[in-house]
Design a protein around this ligand. Structure first.
Ligand SMILES: [Zn+2]
Length: 300
């Protein structure tokens, strides 16, 4: 019942208010301008947590979401407003692997959707499938979809040539994000899949480079699941980035013996004496996404 949900949420809100009064919580976002002049168009999939993925804070960027991160007239409406009113300069289409929009079966929809809705789309039964496709906009391929959405969005440049648009691909299982440059030359997701090993090795180098950037800082490995790390922590031992890098070499392809071992290890890097409260990296696991092996459902 929606009343139960409403009750739960209102109680949550009262808890929030109570925490504010106790100085345990505060209304953090006071500005209506985001920190970065960025708008991210992404999928409504609940596994996508923009703040978490990019280590942002609430209010740092504009986020628009819909099923399949699709460019629509309503998306255009919002984007134009953010450009005009909030000086947004950059738009990112963030697609993701294992998108539910790949699994949309129009024939099934035609069978299961209320007839009232179907007849609102078309009175002609034979005409329904193209109408449903047009309405739900199922996608056939995550890579192609990002490219198509960028292409559609590029039309904005007719009005605002200074706006820059790019795409990103989020791998829900590893938490890794791939830049457009890294996948734009792949024809489709199958092509991406074939090259996945190389892509991940490239990401590993990127990660190692990132570690190099903060080389001077001492880090402490903190992982309550790993006894050796826990022991080190109890002893107050600090690890250097070089040591973390050494650990990082263990990254392996799923299916190899040591990958399971590595799977249990999650490297948490805590950089002391820095205002950033805690920087954590989960271990990077290389794998070939399962869904790649599944046959794609046919979209009629
Ligand atoms: Zn999705």
């Amino acid at each position: 019942m929606i009343k139960d949900i409403e009750k739960k949420f209102v109680e949550g809100n009262l808890k929030f208010k109570w925490k504010i009064m106790q100085d345990l919580e505060s209304i953090k976002i006071r500005k209506n301008f985001p920190k970065y002049p960025v708008l991210i168009l992404t999928c409504m999939d609940p596994r996508i947590n923009i703040n978490e993925i990019f280590q942002l804070n609430s209010g740092d960027v504009f986020v628009l979401r819909n099923a399949g991160n699709i460019y629509t007239i309503d998306v255009l409406r919002s984007i134009l407003l953010t450009i005009f009113k909030y000086k947004v300069k950059y738009v990112i289409i963030l697609g993701h692997l294992d998108c539910g929009m790949l699994k949309i079966n129009l024939t099934e929809l035609r069978q299961k959707l209320p007839s009232k809705f179907l007849s609102s789309l078309s009175k002609n039964y034979t005409d329904l499938l193209p109408k449903l496709r047009d309405f739900f906009k199922p996608i056939l391929d995550e890579i192609q979809n990002i490219k198509e959405q960028i292409k559609s969005l590029e039309k904005i440049k007719d009005f605002y040539p200074e706006i820059e648009i790019t795409g990103m691909l989020y791998d829900i299982k590893t938490g890794l994000v791939f830049e457009y440059e890294k996948f734009k030359d792949y024809r489709d997701i199958e092509d991406f899949k074939t090259s996945y090993k190389g892509i991940i090795i490239n990401k590993k180098h990127q990660f190692t480079e990132f570690l190099g950037k903060i080389e001077e800082e001492n880090v402490t490995i903190d992982d309550s699941n790993d006894l050796s790390q826990e022991k080190a922590l109890n002893e107050g031992k600090s690890f250097t980035i070089a040591e973390i890098k050494e650990e990082h070499k263990n990254i392996s392809i799923l299916g190899q013996k040591e990958s399971k071992e590595y799977d249990r290890e999650i490297i948490h890097m805590i950089i002391p004496k820095i205002k950033v409260p805690k920087i954590k990296f989960h271990g990077v696991k290389i794998y070939i996404p399962k869904n790649y092996n599944n046959k794609k459902e046919i979209v009629n």
